[in-house]
Design a binder for this molecule. Structure first.
Ligand SMILES: Cc1cc2nc3c(=O)[nH]c(=O)nc-3n(C[C@H](O)[C@H](O)[C@H](O)COP(=O)(O)OP(=O)(O)OC[C@H]3O[C@@H](n4cnc5c(N)ncnc54)[C@H](O)[C@@H]3O)c2cc1C
Length: 375
């Protein structure tokens, strides 16, 4: 590997790209992360719910099921060790009518199959005693779910990468890569100081630009690039005191976990995200969407006052499936899929990507043949 400028280049300094760079740096590789924006974490990683997911819903054996559970355990340990703020507040998945209770049973069953710790099923009276003001007929408890400071987490990852001798370079877009004879890539970057460098491994974690970045790698088969779909979700915040301590989730909707309640680390109550497929990156919020929020939230919090919701922010999910397709797994595509030795390309890293990020980094390192972290 000595003849390369870096052992590895990671495209994208969101939570996933940084976690991959951290996993590689921990194995002694020299790593450079290229980020097109002027600061880290300005993409999907800054427009989400900041929820540490338990790992309840995903089909057993999927990457999402495995990496969410292992990633969650690793994430709490990392946050603790790096003094990044989090609150393991727990979560209630609530049924608001008898018709929904079979769905709760299925969620509890799936969660246990996925090895999620502490899952319990409680009746409505118990849930409403825990969270006065809540209306439900039954609930599943996930004590391991929580909220955290995702930006503090990404800054801690940068600290670890730099401490290991790696570099995170902002305002530096990846422009393209060409495979080298004998392995590795020439990588071209743009920005104010365009550069060309050689690397043994190339990891692409560019979130919403995954398709564009893959198409810029010479030799990447176009028919192996999944379609890009944009799943927008908006959030409304409560102007008033947060009514509940725990996360409150209704059962999932097709394509997303559903509009939920959280009390963030600052004590603010936030509801969202909903889901609407859009055709461009537009983070504006149509205030009329509040009507649907009032109806939806009042199913589990009937006392929500009129006029109490204010538009907050929006995020866009990097989906690879359309509204009528089943929810696919994360795609961590290695050479067996695209034929390019040393390349790991990611697609469709939507929820629970933040929670899973450390485990995704470990999985990427293993798939690149780099083995476990040296003791
Ligand atoms: C509404 C919403 C709510 C969510 N809630 C949760 C949650 O509560 N919990 C959870 O676990 N997950 C959640 N997720 C999912 C989670 O946010 C994502 O899976 C995760 O943030 C993806 O991180 P990433 O690093 O892959 O992408 P990003 O954070 O988007 O990072 C990609 C980076 O690549 C950069 N980039 C793109 N193109 C180039 C280029 N050519 N050159 C250089 N850099 C480039 C971008 O600027 C960006 O910084 C949510 C997602 C959404 C949209």
């Amino acid at each position: 590997m000595d003849s390369f400028d870096f052992n590895a280049c990671v495209v994208g300094a969101g939570a996933v790209g940084l976690a991959c760079a951290y996993a590689l740096a921990r194995r002694g590789l020299s790593v450079v992360v290229l980020e097109k924006e002027r600061a880290i974490g300005q993409g999907v990683s800054s427009r989400n719910s900041e929820v540490v997911h338990g790992g309840l819903y995903y089909p057993k054996g999927s990457l999402k099921a495995r990496l969410c559970v292992t990633g969650r355990r690793a994430l709490y340990a990392f946050l603790e060790a790096h003094k990044v703020a989090f609150r393991k507040c727990g979560k209630l998945v609530v049924a608001t009518s008898a018709e929904e209770t079979p769905r709760l049973e299925a969620i509890a069953r799936q969660a246990r199959e996925n090895d999620v710790e502490g899952i319990a099923e409680i009746d409505g009276a118990t849930a409403m005693a825990w969270e006065p003001g809540l209306a439900c007929v039954a609930a599943v408890v996930s004590p391991e779910s929580g909220v955290f400071d995702s930006h503090g987490y990404m800054l801690a990852l940068v600290g670890e990468i730099e401490a290991a001798g790696g570099a995170v370079v902002t305002a530096t877009p990846f422009e393209g890569a060409e495979p080298l004879a004998g392995g590795g890539f020439t990588v071209r970057s743009g920005g104010e100081a365009p550069t060309t460098l050689t690397v043994r491994h190339l990891v692409t974690a560019p979130g919403l630009s995954a398709q564009d970045v893959a198409a810029r790698v010479e030799g990447f088969p176009p028919d192996r690039i999944p379609p890009r779909h944009l799943g927008k979700g908006v959030y409304f915040r409560l102007t008033g005191r947060a009514p509940f301590e725990r996360l409150i989730y209704p059962p999932p909707i097709p394509g997303a976990l559903g509009t939920h309640y959280r009390k963030d680390l600052g004590g603010q109550a936030v509801f969202g995200p909903d889901l609407a497929y859009v055709d461009r990156l537009d983070y504006s919020i149509d205030e009329r969407r509040a009507d649907g929020f009032y109806r939806y939230i009042r199913r589990f919090w009937p006392a929500l006052p009129d006029g109490a919701l204010a538009a907050d922010y929006a995020g866009i999910r990097p989906k690879i499936h359309g509204p009528d397709d089943p929810q696919p797994d994360f795609r961590l595509d290695g050479p067996e899929f695209h034929g390019l030795d040393g390349l790991l390309a990611m697609f469709g890293i939507e929820s629970p990507g933040l929670t899973s990020s450390l485990a995704i980094g470990e999985e990427v390192a293993i798939r690149l043949g780099l083995g476990a972290v040296p003791a």
